[in-house]
Structure formats: C-alpha cells, structure tokens
Design a protein around this ligand. Sequence first.
Ligand SMILES: [Zn+2]
Ligand SMILES: [Zn+2]
Length: 367
Amino acid sequence: MSLRELCFQASLNSLRTGRLATFYIIDTTLNRNGWRVTDEALERALPTLLGKPLGCVPGYGVNHVAEPQIVGHFITAEKPDGYLLATAEITDPTAWEKLQSGEWGPISVVIKAHRVRCSLCGADVTSGPDEHILNGEAHQVVEDFTFERVDFVSNPAYPSARLITLKAAAVPYEETPKAPMDYPWDADEAERRIRIWAGGPDKEHIDWSRYRRAFAWYDASDPENFGSYKLPHHDVIDGRLHVVWRGVVAAMQSLLGARGGVDIPESDRRAVYEHLAGHYREFGREPPEFRASRSIHSGFGVKPEGGGVEEMEELRAEVESLRRRVERVERLLEASQRPKARPNGLDEVRLAMEEARLRLFGYRRDS
Ligand SMILES: [Zn+2]
Ligand SMILES: [Zn+2]
C-alpha cells in the first residue's frame, strides 16, 4: 500500500462529520506572487496534501480568532489536468456555515519549496533569488515541494483557487435528551411529529436543517424532500427532540444490513455508523461492529455467536416496529374493502405498502 493510500485509509477511518468540501487548490500557471510549480512537482507533491490542515489565518472572517485555526483536514487529492482538486472534511461547524453561506470561498496554499530555479538562466535559487528574479526579468520555478497547509484568504494567489462543492450526507451526531429505554418507536408517527416540530407539516414551511436532526442520513443533492431523509431515530416528546433507543437500534440494524439494508452510498456508511454508535454509548450500550459491506450479512441482523440481552432487545424492537406497520396496512386494507371506500382505495393501500417498504428496506420496488 502506497503512502497515499495509507493516508487516505487513515483519514477515511476517522471520518466523523460527513461534511465534505472540495477545492481547486493550485495549478501550474504563474501565480500572483511571482512563482509557479512544474507539472512533475505537482504530481509528486499530491500525496503530501493528505492529512494536512485547512485553516483560517488570524482575524480572517472571524474577528476573535487570534491564531491560525484549523477547521478541517484533507482526505483526498487528485490532479485531473494540470491542476489539483482536493476534498477536506470540515470539522468546525462555524466554518461549515460560512462555506454554505458563501462567505468563505477563496483559499491559498502554503508549500515548502525544496528546489527552485530561475526561469531565465536556470540557476538554483532555492536559498535566495538571483538578479533576474530581483529585477523582475524572471520568475521562480518550483521543481520540488511539499504541501504544508491551505488557508481561507480574501485574495488568492491563484485566481481559481476556491471552494468548488460542498457535500453533507451523514447527519452529524448530536446529543439530545434521551427517551426512557423502553419508549415505543414508531417511525411514521415520529416523522409526523418531527414535521410539525420543524415548522411543517407541509413541505413549504419545513426548516430542513431542523428536520434533518432526527435522521442519520439524507440525500444532500435533494434536501427539500421528505423522501431524501433516512434512518430516523429521534422523536418529539413534550416539544423537545429526544433520542429513542429502539429507533437507534432499528436504524443501526438497517445500516448494517438487516432486511436488505438501507440504500445509502458506501462512502457515507462509516459516518452514519459513527452517529448511531454515539447514541449507543449514550444509552450505555456497546455498538455492534461496523461492517462496510452489507453482503456478508443476511437474516435478522443477529450474530449467532453474540446471544444475550442486548440482541433480544434489538430483536424485540424490530419485531415491534414491524408489527405496527402490519397493523397499519391491515387497517388501510380494511378501510379500502368497506363499500364506502373511495374507488382508488386499493391504490392507497399499494402506496402505503410501498411507503412502508421504502422505510423498512430503504428502496422502492420496480414495477
Ligand atoms: Zn537567473
Ligand atoms: Zn441522532
């Protein structure tokens, strides 16, 4: 495994926030500070960006900041065509807000140059400029360097160096009050209450960043849609958001592959797992082991070698939530069979079944 892969693995394993920002970092053109890096140097320097900090300099954007502040770390880097694109995980919530609002965008890269030449005569100017550079006839060509850090700035040395995209998919873990351990979990009822709590129930009035807090994952490319939110496990009790143990278990089981698993990208699973594992610890329970792939697993999500109280509890929570769903579908069926039922009653039942399936299994059936 190369150094680059190693760094990448290490950072993926510690990925917690799910807040990812991709930047245009640097290219091979002459920058505003009068130097440029060669294509080969950029290629070689690529892996040295992994794990390096993204920060902001004193006083920048946040008045009270008196020393460089680290707001994230780089986890991927690639060089598509003469320029470098890199993704950082943003660990600072304030920085994330500033990126979302567009207040922060331009960045500047800090490098350590190991070999520099004069563009005119080719002299080694690593330890200091020659007369060509000093009198402006030539510029410095960096032939070997490593990345030190990247900072948010007002005036980037490279005009294109700035934020390209943001992506947040796993909802960051948040400690909320706990419902009693045996508090019943009904995902549909919980979602109904959460919609109202978030300003709804109608879509137009929902505060989506509030709504999100009840779930472990959402589709960041379509955030204003109820269907984009998955793995609910919080409920509203006495007007406050609470975490519900049985909901946490159901979400974890679903993530780790029970009943076919939930359809979320492989790259987000770890962060979703960390969120739910945080709730396990809150309830004084050991979270199940993380599994990246759900194909290893089948059946009800109970490891045969495990046994014991916790798994019985998990199983019971799961059976209970299934039972509630079956009851609801039966009620709908009953209603649709009554003579007064609207002609599209069966469609409603089918839709309800589809909806239940979507929630339970995380996918729709093709039909
Ligand atoms: Zn020279
Ligand atoms: Zn949560």
